[in-house]
Every structure is written in C-alpha cells, then in structure tokens.
Design a protein around this ligand. Structure first.
Ligand SMILES: Nc1ncnc2c1ncn2[C@@H]1O[C@H](COP(=O)(O)OP(=O)(O)OP(=O)(O)O)[C@@H](O)[C@H]1O
Length: 192
C-alpha cells in the first residue's frame, strides 16, 4: 500500500441535466480517511463512482495511486452459488491470502446460496471480498447500512486497520462512522 494516493482537483459532477457539486479539491495520502457526508441526493455516491472511474467528471480531475476496491449496494457475488464458492471465485482472481471469513462471522454461511443471505450478511460478504482484494484505496458507500451493531463496530475496526496499514478510505455516509483521525467533507458546501 506504499504510496497510495487520491488527488481530486476542482471537481464538478453533473448527473442528467443537474450540476450536483463543483469546485471540490481533496488530497489523501497513505493512512488517511475521508468521511463524505451530506443529505440524500447531494452526490456522495456519484463522487465515489467518479473516483472509482465508473462515472465521468463534468469538470476537474481525479488521480489515484493504488488499486481501488468499492463497496456499494451492488455486491459482485454470484446469487446462484453458495457463499463459499462465490467468495472462492474472487479469492482465486484476487490471489487473496486473507478474506476475514471467520472474523466476519461468515463461516456458518458458506453453504448458503448468496440469494438467501440477509442484507447484513450480504454486506459482510462484500467486506470479506474487499479485504481479499488487498486494494490500497477503499471506496465505501454507506458501509454500515444493514449491519447490526457488532458488525458495524467490526467494519469500523477493519477500516481503521486498513488505514493503519497505509491504505486510504473514502466513506460516503450520512450515518456516523467512528474512526480516529478521519477528516469530514460536507459535500453540501460544494453544491452547485
Ligand atoms: N445516471 C444518472 N442519471 C441521472 N441522474 C442520476 C444518475 N445517477 C444519479 N443521479 C442523480 O444524482 C443525484 C445524486 O445521486 P447520488 O446517488 O450520488 O446521491 P447520494 O448523496 O449518494 O444520495 P443518498 O444519500 O440517497 O445515497 C440524485 O438526484 C440522483 O437521482
């Protein structure tokens, strides 16, 4: 994770015919975390998708150093497969050493088809895959949605460990997210 970076310069985001925000600049280096807050529809998810390279910027630039892992409401786990096989698919591709299956309480669920998992169980499975990716930059869109209090605290701890190891985290959420030394970006201040 050495040299991980996210550099956002004078970014503007347009969705459909609406300019959502403009003039946004941020720099993140190894170990840093940014909590992006703001009301529904302000553009938090759109910002993460631009940083991920999944949506175009209307103006400005985003430069990233290091691999990117994204968690949003669309988890990339095959619904038809038992969880263990769905995770194994990614473990091979990611050459993952640690997927935190035990830590995330997923061991008893490995035989359950992904489509039968609850919302929180699917979120925990997505976290397991993210950890296996070993990406330097974590983009987390509403990472605590659907999680019980233990799983939410574990997620906060995993993000803290990721940053302590030199990773970067961008967390988009209107919920509180406990993390030492994170910065907060109120996206509404850049509303167009
Ligand atoms: N592909 C698209 N085309 C047109 N409009 C879009 C598109 N994607 C998002 N939008 C609109 O852009 C706005 C911002 O959406 P976004 O999902 O980024 O907000 P958000 O801050 O993450 O909201 P929430 O807190 O509800 O998750 C919304 O009004 C949404 O309808």
């Amino acid at each position: 994770m050495q040299g991980a970076s996210v550099t956002i310069e004078d970014l503007a985001c347009r969705r459909g015919d609406r300019l959502l925000f403009r003039g946004l600049s941020q720099r993140l280096g190894p170990g840093e975390a940014l909590h992006v807050t703001g009301s529904n529809g302000i553009g938090k998810s759109s910002l993460l998708r631009i940083v991920a390279g999944l949506a175009p910027a209307f103006a400005g630039t985003v430069q990233t150093g290091g691999a990117i892992g994204l968690i949003d409401e669309r988890h990339a786990l095959d619904h038809a497969l038992p969880l263990g096989r769905a995770l194994a698919f990614w473990r091979v591709l990611d050459r993952a050493e640690d997927s935190a299956v035990e830590r995330l309480g997923l061991a008893p669920l490995l035989d359950v088809p992904v489509r039968y998992l609850s919302t929180g169980q699917k979120k925990r499975a997505a976290l397991a895959r993210l950890i296996g990716e070993n990406a330097a930059i974590w983009l987390l869109d509403e990472p605590l949605n659907g999680l019980d209090s233990d799983a939410a605290a574990l997620t906060e701890a995993l993000v803290a460990e990721h940053c302590a190891g030199g990773g970067i985290a961008l967390i988009a959420s209107h919920q509180p997210f406990t993390l030492a030394r994170k910065r907060t970006l109120a996206l509404g201040e850049f509303a167009a």
